[in-house]
Ligand binder design. Structure first.
Ligand code: ATP
Ligand code: MG
Length: 897
């Protein structure tokens, strides 16, 4: 690899140190006293006040290698990472600074010498370098002209080549050095001006020199600074990529050990050379570095600010980890922390110092916590989003609809960014406006009902109501879902009592009697209609803003509604019947749960709606499938017994004596209503229930899962809901049976048979491929002798990397001593495995052979002494690259190639 990143960093700092610059340590990634900045993102951050003159130092020249993070905030390269070879979230910026000391002339002279001088600097080829200057910066252009031909000095506008600290303050033109990394630098059609500041890594920006020349005031006027300054920044990773001939930041010593760590942790092989399928490796490696450095500097994962960005970085790494097959049963990211520390040994860490070792352990522990959290929520979340992505694709669409996004967000609690990221990675978009509309609607409705309960309460207190009002008549044994001749006794509009509301308006109405159930005890509010001779209103919501009052939020559709009017009220019968079935079902569930799980399975909350019931209960261990089946059976038995459900209002004391269970979080008056299923369940409850348990029809548990520490949530359906569930399942089953052309009862057996057949076929294909490749079936290849060492070469098209390794093993086991080199082109990439018998691995290490082959492939290669791997993208280079093995072998054996 030649020069190391440590030497490159050191050369930069000592070059400037020798030229009168103070070597200043990197500042923390958390900017000191600068709340406007998320993370340190440039070398100049820590000198901001020195540049403006607010702070004085005893030096006027400085040089640093600054830790930077560009994720979240204004500078955000997060989404680039993994897909370009030149962007990291965490990187180091090398810089030299002049605080009113030297200016353009020296800055450019230093930069040029350092870049190109083979003795004092890095010795880069001048023919690969380009300079850019600001549109009208003739001075800088003239300075570059001393070193570079005119055609390689390019002018760019504000966006690329003008820098300012903020709206006001120091600003000025920049001048950048770009580097061409492609082949044939002398060929102007390849090494072309178009690539500078263009797409891709071929020509990339290495170094930015900022000339702080002006001071801008609030009106935008720029006056020249009496003592202009210089601020420069060059990415260490990019410079290292160039100097190590890697062509991308990842195939350098700043990443390779870490990537090897990922290979060990996942058992997957990294190809190198920006191979498309390596993206997960690159993302995980980058993010592991960033997370380690951020946590070491004191950032902790959270849901806002810096902590949130850190959390996003972690989660992205974990999601990409999943793609490498990681299941997080064992620590994953924490296992990479030592690799990161090793890369920065002597720079940012000394892993042998107890204090550093301790802080690295803390980093690993923090990462482990995040990982466990993630694994718990994300496996469900990611899979749900994944299923939806597949559905969308199957329908030939390219966008996840807003309702689905909202469901993931609202029901499953998956952060929007995450949904977006998963979708993006899978190449589909999300309907963001649709999602936002739903979110807004939800906010509005919660705002509206919150007002209902709290702010409007005073309006209801001020209403002059008759003695008898808000009498609830909606129990099945009373008027149930229909009532004629109810009298409107009060109207409130926008928080003010009124005597009349008109069509199109929304208001809250109080009646002397009502069949509409106000939300309470877990049961949702009834909805329905009010009608009167020449008018109609929709009931949207029903609440008790103060305990004595049942207020109906309604929208007048037709006519006008006045205090004193007589109205007919109607709740749709089956909506209410289903709600009742679910409510009594909830009581039976509660009782059954306590019988099966014990009385510690306390109720923590419930929701009774027409289409489903939800029950949260205390539990420290997951409820087993057997327990759930037992609960379901107990409830259904009570239903089939068709027991009468009794409801009695009595004194609190009497209810207690009967052993009534109290509803969680509910307040009870002196007189309470007791709802009981004889011998099975007794609860205090004001809700609507069936007359006999038989009306519930059937009870089916749909899901049971952990909700929070110590709390589980069970969801179930009853009545028509259970019938609907049954027919949905049946449809699915019929569809499967039709596709499989198998009767339903035989599906499991058929499925198993098919799976076994697939496995047998896979085994057969595998062994055929191997046979073909190892020569028994005739793959192209040969065996030669190089300096007395047998060299077996084979090209076997279409093998995966594990298969290629297998083949190299087989071939190696056939020779006593020698070298095996096998190559394949598979799914758009070429891979080569080099294997050496143990007796030779010292003299001719496989890693060295693979490195040479990697170069010839236009990619890279490396590995261990007995087994190594190389890869590239161009299939056409494969035969020539295998030829290289011979040259490599000669060289290693000391013969002249
Ligand atoms: P680019 O346009 O290539 O993203 P930039 O204009 O954002 O670069 P500057 O803000 O000028 O870069 O930063 C100075 C130097 O820091 C760059 O020339 C480059 O070498 C390095 N650099 C910037 N961003 C990154 C990054 N995300 N990862 C690695 N190095 C970077
Ligand atoms: Mg950038």
């Amino acid at each position: 690899m030649g020069v190391t990143s440590k030497e490159i960093r050191e050369r930069f700092l000592s070059y400037f140190e020798e030229r009168g610059h103070r070597r200043v340590p990197s500042s923390s990634l958390i900017p000191a006293e600068d709340p406007t900045l998320l993370f340190a993102n440039a070398g100049m951050n820590q000198f901001k006040d020195v540049f403006t003159g607010r702070e004085k130092r005893d030096y006027r020249r400085a040089t640093t290698s600054q830790k930077c993070v560009r994720a979240g905030g204004k500078h955000n390269d997060l989404d680039n990472v993994g897909y370009t070879g030149r962007h990291q979230t965490f990187f180091e910026m090398l810089g030299n600074f002049s605080f009113g000391d030297y200016f353009k002339k020296d800055a450019i002279a230093f930069a040029w010498e350092l870049m190109t001088d083979p003795e004092r600097g890095y010795g880069l080829a001048a023919e690969r370098l380009w300079a850019t200057v600001f549109t009208d910066d003739d001075e800088a252009a003239a300075l570059w002209a001393a070193h570079l031909p005119k055609e390689r000095i390019l002018r760019f506008g504000e966006e690329d080549n003008f820098w300012s600290m903020g709206e006001t303050g120091p600003c000025g033109p920049c001048s950048e050095i770009h580097y061409y990394q492609g082949p044939d630098p002398g060929d102007p059609s390849k090494n072309s001006a178009k690539l500078v500041n263009g797409e891709g890594d071929t020509t990339m920006e290495l170094w930015n020199l900022v000339f702080m020349q002006f001071e801008r005031d609030a009106s935008g006027k720029m006056t020249p600074l009496p003592k202009p300054s210089v601020d420069t920044g060059m990415g260490l990773e990019r410079l290292t990529a160039v100097l190590q001939g890697a062509n991308n930041n990842f195939d350098t010593d700043l990443f390779r050990p870490l990537i090897r760590g990922i290979e060990r942790a996942t058992g997957k092989a990294y190809v190198g050379g920006m191979a498309v399928e390596d993206a997960p490796f690159r993302v995980v490696a980058d993010h592991a570095r960033a997370a380690t450095m951020l946590i070491a500097d004191g950032v902790r994962p959270s849901n806002e600010g810096r902590g949130y960005v850190l959390r996003r970085i972690n989660r992205r790494a974990l999601r990409y980890g999943r793609r490498l097959g990681v299941d997080f049963t064992a620590p994953f990211l924490p296992s990479l922390v030592p690799e990161v520390a090793e890369i920065y040994r002597g720079v940012y860490f000394d892993p042998d110092r107890p204090a550093d070792a301790e802080s690295l352990r803390a980093v690993a522990a923090t990462l482990r916590d995040e990982e466990t959290r993630f694994a718990r929520t994300m496996s469900v979340g990611a899979d749900r989003v994944g299923e939806e992505v597949e559905r969308v694709r199957r329908q030939g669409e390219t966008r996840i609809p807003g309702e689905a996004v909202f469901r993931f967000y609202d029901t499953y609690g998956i952060p929007l960014e995450l949904i977006e990221e998963i979708a993006q990675d899978e190449g589909v978009a999300i309907d963001r406006p649709g999602f936002e509309a739903l979110l807004e609607r939800q906010r509005e409705s919660s705002r509206a009902s919150a007002k209902f309960a709290a702010a409007d309460a005073t309006a209801f207190e001020r209403l002059e109501l008759p003695d008898a009002h808000s009498v609830f008549r909606g129990y099945p044994e009373l008027d149930f879902v229909k009532l004629d001749g109810a009298k409107v006794v009060g109207l409130v509009k926008d928080g003010v009592p009124v005597s009349r509301v008109e069509a199109g308006q929304i208001a809250d109405a109080v009646a002397d009697r009502t069949v509409f159930y106000p939300e309470g005890g877990g049961q949702v509010a009834d909805t329905g209609v009010w009608t009167w001779p020449d008018g109609e209103a929709e009931v949207l919501d029903v609440q008790r803003p103060i305990p004595a009052v049942i207020a109906h939020r309604l929208r007048v559709v037709r006519g006008s509604l006045a205090v004193g009017a007589s109205v007919s009220q109607a709740v749709p019968e089956w909506v209410r019947r289903r709600t009742q079935a679910n409510h009594t079902g909830t009581h039976l569930l509660h009782a059954a749960l306590r019988r099966v799980l014990g009385t510690s399975a306390r109720q923590m909350g419930s929701l009774v709606a027409p289409d489903r019931l939800r029950f949260d209960y205390a539990a420290t261990t997951p409820t087993t499938a057997n327990q759930l089946a037992e609960i379901e059976r107990l409830v259904n038995e009570e239903i089939l017994r068709d027991q009468p459900v009794s409801k009695e209002t009595m004194a609190m004391e009497d209810a207690r004596r009967r052993g009534a269970d109290m509803f969680f979080g509910e307040k009870y008056g002196e007189r309470v209503r007791v709802v009981a299923v004889p011998g099975f369940s007794t609860e205090l409850c004001g809700g609507c229930h069936v007359g006999r348990t038989g009306e519930i029809g059937a009870f089916k548990i749909v899901s049971d899962r952990g909700l929070a520490a110590g709390v589980r949530r069970l969801e179930a359906v009853t009545s028509l809901g259970a019938v609907e569930l049954l027919s949905r399942d049946e449809e699915t089953l019929n569809a499967v049976a039709a596709v499989a052309q198998t009767p339903r009862e035989q599906l499991p057996q058929r499925w198993q048979e098919t799976q076994e057949r697939v496995r047998a076929l896979e085994r057969e294909v595998q062994s055929l491929k191997l046979k073909l490749a190892s020569g028994d079936g005739g793959a192209s290849g040969e065996t030669v002798e190089v300096g007395g060492v047998p060299l077996v070469r084979r090209i076997a098209p279409g093998l995966s990397i594990p298969e290629l390794r297998n083949l190299s093993d087989t071939l190696r086991s056939r020779i006593k001593s020698g070298v095996v080199v096998v190559g394949t082109a598979h799914e758009g990439k070429t891979s080569v495995v080099a294997a050496v018998t143990p007796d030779l691995s010292g003299r001719v290490p496989a890693s060295r052979i693979a490195a040479r082959i990697g170069k010839a492939l236009g990619g890279s290669g490396g590995g261990k002494a007995d087994l190594a791997q190389a890869g590239g993208k161009n299939e056409a280079l494969l035969p020539a690259a295998l030829e290289e093995a011979e040259a490599a072998l000669r060289e290693l054996l000391g013969e002249v190639a």
